[in-house]
Design a protein. Structure first.
Length: 117
């Protein structure tokens, strides 16, 4: 998403719930230190929501933590944080959704609020 409040949590949680309703084991993840959204993810999937925080854990641990959390699942959904390139303040792309996607070699689905403001 290009910014916060564009519907990322609604879309990500909806996708997780839809996949789970089809009988798929979904591994839910959230970029950054947010502990509220992973609770929604857990309710949608029946599995623990996990954080992928490159700032707190370091970039070297993001992929192994993702692999551990995704073990035994059919697919994983990673909800981004803030805007796609918003990272740790003053530290470039560090801890941004873009950086985590690169570390995981994961595709990105951009959620955009197209309403008129």
């Amino acid at each position: 998403a290009p910014a916060s409040n564009s519907g990322k949590t609604t879309v990500a949680t909806g996708l997780m719930a839809a996949f789970a309703a089809r009988g798929l084991a979904v591994s839910p993840h959230k970029v950054g230190p947010d502990y509220i959204d992973p609770g929604y993810h857990s309710l949608a999937t029946g599995r623990p929501g996990r954080n992928l925080d490159a700032y707190m854990c370091g970039t070297d641990l993001v992929a192994p933590l993702f692999a551990h959390g995704s073990a035994g699942c059919d697919l994983a959904v990673v909800e981004g944080v803030m805007g796609l390139y918003d990272g740790a303040s003053g530290q470039g792309e560090l801890a941004s959704t873009a950086q985590v996607a690169k570390l995981l070699k994961a595709p990105v689905v951009l959620v955009v609020d197209a309403s008129s403001q």
